[in-house]
Write a new protein. Structure first.
Length: 331
């Protein structure tokens, strides 16, 4: 999302010749994030986002774009990739894969209330169910195997207590992932990065009687096939946490989990391992933020996130988190 690869007006005009989207009216870089080069693009036919993929390969990219097309076709509000004149959903720009997707309506809500958590919880469950018949498979590339590979590269930069926590939690997660209960958890395509800044809210129509309206989920380029509970845990760890302490705000947690389970109730195994998965979600982002902080890459607008935030969240989750008092049947 930070601009690693610049695009001139001339290069953009040449690129758009491969699409039936009209001529460019406005084009500007998106400043937040750390993985891809993203640009807002307005043409004579609509509003879009152009993404140049800095890390994903041409072999990996079809999973993400095809998943977004699949979800959009199932009425899940996500960016819809636009086909080129040859039918492909991406091409090469500056020698890197690049795609154009529709731009969703709305803006992020960075101080969510319970009503925002309800909207996100329901749509996340709908998204999981909509992905059940998606035929492609790609694992979550930032899961256990990546943790094992990455942790040794960041350990030398850490204090003794941090090294101990990073190592002991990795051992715990390896044992959890190897368990029969983990194998039995429901799974399928997951967003895997559904933070507050990856969801848009639009103005609700007055006649709807609703205070908020979900505009959609975006930035699916960390998506992968994983346990649905992991996706829920990642989402709760961001949407329902105090940004200063990392502690969970239980009214928001209950609002999100209750809304999710009105669409897809948790199984018995999911209820038992909620705490383990909250820890897994915190661990994944602590490791990635440590890596981005200590192994930075050059970019025009790169601002690495503070890794200490997810260290605090992990330490909070280690204190033990029970499911709120939500009584829904188990599958």
């Amino acid at each position: 999302m930070a601009v690693f690869t610049a695009v001139t007006d001339t290069q953009l005009a040449h690129w758009l010749r491969h699409y039936d989207l009209g001529e460019a009216v406005d084009f500007r870089g998106i400043q937040s994030g750390i993985e891809n080069s993203n640009f807002f693009l307005t043409t004579t036919r609509g509003d879009y986002v152009l993404t140049i993929f800095e890390n994903l390969t041409a072999e990996q990219l079809p999973f993400y774009l095809d998943l977004m097309r699949h979800l959009a076709a199932h009425k899940v509000p996500v960016p819809d990739p636009m086909p080129r004149d040859d039918g492909a959903l991406f091409g090469l720009l500056h020698g890197k894969p690049a795609a154009i997707v529709t731009r969703l309506e709305g803006a992020p809500e960075l101080a969510p209330r319970e009503e925002h958590c309800v909207e996100v919880g329901q749509m996340l469950a709908r998204m999981h169910l909509a992905g059940r018949d998606f035929p492609n498979h790609q694992p979550n590339l930032r899961s256990l195997s990546w943790w094992r590979e990455t942790v040794p590269t960041v350990l030398p930069f850490l204090t003794g207590p941090q090294r101990e926590l990073l190592s002991t939690e990795l051992a715990h997660q390896q044992a959890f992932f190897a368990s029969d209960d983990y194998a039995a958890l429901p799974e399928g395509p997951c967003h895997c990065d559904l933070f507050r800044d990856n969801v848009l809210f639009a103005h609700a129509a007055p006649e709807s009687g609703r205070d908020v309206r979900l505009g959609g989920f975006f930035d699916f380029y960390f998506a992968g096939c994983d346990k649905w509970l992991f996706d829920v845990a990642v989402t709760v760890n961001d949407w329902c946490a105090d940004l200063t302490t990392g502690a969970l705000d239980m009214p928001r947690v209950e609002a999100m989990l209750r809304a999710y389970q009105t669409v897809r109730p948790f199984t018995g195994q999911e209820n038992r391992h909620w705490g383990d998965m909250l820890r897994a979600g915190a661990y994944r982002f602590w490791v990635s933020r440590l890596y981005d902080f200590y192994m930075p890459r050059a970019a025009e607008m790169l601002k690495p996130h503070d890794p200490g935030h997810f260290e605090r969240i992990l330490r909070e989750r280690l204190s033990g988190v029970a499911l709120p008092g939500i009584h829904t049947p188990c599958n």
